[in-house]
Design a protein around this ligand. Sequence first.
Ligand SMILES: [Zn+2]
Length: 207
Amino acid sequence: MASASVPPARQFPCFRGSAIIGLVPYIRPIIHEGNPTLRKVAKKVNLEELKDPLFQQLIDDMFETMYEAPGIGLAAPQINVPKRIFVVDLQNDKEQGPYVVINPKFTVTEGEIESIEGCLSVPGMIGDLPRFERVVCVGVDRHGERIELEGTELFGRCLQHEMDHLNGVLYIDKAKNVRPAQTEEEKEALAEIEVEGAALERNAASA
Ligand SMILES: [Zn+2]
């Protein structure tokens, strides 16, 4: 049953509104600040769920939605699914993704760094906030295998931003001066961080 190479959802696509589900990953709507799901503490995933083709589909859809946005991270609550799952992919050559992390926890948090962040759920805005300089995040991947990610710089801040989403926290709760991106520098920053969880160090122009 669960060993079938083609999950049932893919054999028998069904229709929900105009969206075809099951055939290919599809882009789900990203919800915005004001939607109560963004303020809930997301529920831990029961690892039995990983066997469900629809759960695997959810992960594929999260990646698809993140890439289309475009972003470098997306947490399940942002597509109105209050579960402890996020995806990250810095889309560089430094092995900083693609990863999906289920039931993540930080085992190390150290240092402090100021960053500028934006969020797909708070469009057009940016803000400055402190983050840990380095984190180690553990959880499981889509097969239930343990995964451990070490993050500093942008990757580290992305992990923290996504983790916050799982706890009902938005960066605007922590930022000092949330504002529309207006200056050239800020628009540039937003272009790069239109980007979930993205952050630029003020002087990291080379990134
Ligand atoms: Zn966000």
